[in-house]
Every structure is written in structure tokens, then in C-alpha cells.
Design a protein around this ligand. Structure first.
Ligand code: GLP
Length: 242
């Protein structure tokens, strides 16, 4: 595991964006696993800026998002479809047929999960998976549990997650209670994982995830088993690491 700490948000975003861009430059047909949430917003901004400078193209890239809420219309401003369009897809040359987000409005969610896993399989391996970290140690929407699920599945969101995501909605009651998420097995199969964490409120969970026991109670702790994990932290998120 390679942990890098940054003293400014700007430098952290730039470093993360450079890893994503470097992946595309060295592997033009890269398969990228993408994340949502507050953390990657500034990273996508950097990526878009460098794309607009003509440094690289998404023409041959394929993307798979980690997750999507269940039963939230895709044009709802807080759907992860809207998020990705706003922060990345609307600004780059990625063909729509090459970007994938689970369909949280599918009438048969089990079939949708199978379909999503099959498209990931068909594209080969994810070259680079971008991840944020939930306050309870979730990655994607894989919540702490007695057992974790390998592939894409429907998940009941933890109370802590509903509370954390309430800031994006009018009230906590408006936060969808379920989501579709890529499983931990798929995440760990990525060739390279880029975990980015910001903020003092994540310092404890960063410590648990990276230095604590490997346990399904903290899904991110399983990342310790990955052979090619890069962790980018701001100095406050790194505050509990010695
Ligand atoms: C969200 C997403 C995760 C994200 C995490 C942290 O709910 N499902 O993919 O990494 O929670 O989000 P944030 O970056 O806003 O703290």
C-alpha cells in the first residue's frame, strides 16, 4: 500500500487526477471504476480541465460506476447519473455507450445486478478503481455486515450513511433507503485501486481501514489485501496515522 498525504485540497485533487489521466494515457482503452460523493468532485474538475487542454481523450475508455440509489429518477439532481453527467460526462468525449451506471429504477433489480456484473466481466478487468470512504468504512455502498457480497447487489443503506448523505437532500427522509452497489469482490479484482479520503471527520475510519484488523465490520479494511492500492489523504484525514 502506498499512502500519500497532501497539505492542500488542490494538490490532492491534482495528484488523483494525474493518476487517472496517466492511466488513460498509458492505456487508451482503459476500464475505469468511478466513484461519486463529495470527495471526487474536485478530482473530476481537474480531469475535465486537463481534458479541455487536449492532453488526452476518453474516446476509447470504458467506465463503470460503483453505485446508484434505488428508485430515485435518473434525472433527479442527486441521482448518481446526474452527478456523473454534471461533474464529468457532460464535459468529456466519452461515448455514452461506454459509460455504465447501475440502473436503480430497474423493475427487476436482481436481473439488473446480474446484467451489470456481466458487462464488467465482458469489458475485461477494471484497470483503475477510484474509491471514496464512508464514515462507517463503506466502499461503494458496501456497508459493514457479517458477510460481504462479491458482486453487484441491492443494499439497505446504514443509518450513518443516510445521515451522511442527508446533506445532499432536503431532509433525511428524502434519502433513498436502498442502493445498487458493485460488490467488494469486483472492487478487489481491479488491477489498481485509488482510495481518496478528505477531512478530519474521516481520520478515525482511515486509521481503522488502513491499520486496523481486516474485518467485514469495516469493508474498506479489505483493501489492505490488495496488491496495488494507492491511498491519497489530506493531512486531516491522515491525522490518526502515526
Ligand atoms: C457515498 C458513496 C461512496 C462514497 C462515500 C463517501 O455515499 N456511495 O461511493 O465514497 O459515500 O462520500 P463523501 O465523499 O461524500 O464523503
Amino acid at each position: 500500500m502506498n499512502i500519500l498525504t497532501f497539505d492542500s485540497d488542490e494538490k490532492l485533487n491534482e495528484a488523483a487526477a494525474n493518476i487517472i489521466i496517466g492511466q488513460i494515457q498509458t492505456t487508451p482503452r482503459a476500464v475505469l471504476g468511478l466513484a461519486t460523493g463529495g470527495t471526487p468532485v474536485g478530482i473530476y474538475k481537474e480531469v475535465v480541465r486537463d481534458f479541455q487542454r487536449g492532453m488526452f481523450s476518453f474516446r476509447n475508455v470504458t467506465t463503470f460506476n460503483l453505485d446508484e440509489y434505488v428508485n430515485l429518477p435518473i434525472d433527479h439532481p442527486e441521482s448518481y447519473h446526474s452527478y456523473m453527467n454534471t461533474h464529468l460526462f457532460n464535459h468529456i468525449d466519452l461515448p455514452a455507450s461506454q459509460c455504465h451506471i447501475p440502473d436503480g429504477n430497474a423493475s427487476d433489480t436482481a436481473a439488473e445486478c446480474r446484467r451489470y456484473d456481466e458487462s464488467i466481466e465482458l469489458s475485461g478487468q477494471i484497470d483503475l478503481q477510484l474509491l471514496g470512504l464512508g464514515h462507517n468504512g463503506h466502499i461503494g455502498f458496501n456497508e459493514p455486515a457479517h458477510a460481504l457480497i462479491k458482486g453487484t447487489h441491492v443494499v439497505d443503506l446504514a443509518e450513518e450513511t443516510l445521515e451522511a448523505n442527508a446533506r445532499f437532500f432536503d431532509s433525511i427522509d428524502d434519502v433513498p433507503k436502498q442502493a445498487l452497489t458493485m460488490g467488494v469482490g469486483t472492487i478487489l479484482k481491479a488491477k489498481k485501486i485509488l482510495l481518496v479520503v478528505k477531512g478530519a471527520d474521516k481520520a478515525d475510519i482511515v486509521h481503522r481501514a488502513l491499520k486496523g484488523p481486516i474485518t467485514t465490520d469495516c469493508p474498506a479494511s479489505l483493501l489492505q489485501t490488495h496488491p496495488n492500492l494507492i491511498v491519497l489523504l489530506d493531512s486531516t484525514a491522515a491525522g490518526k496515522l502515526s
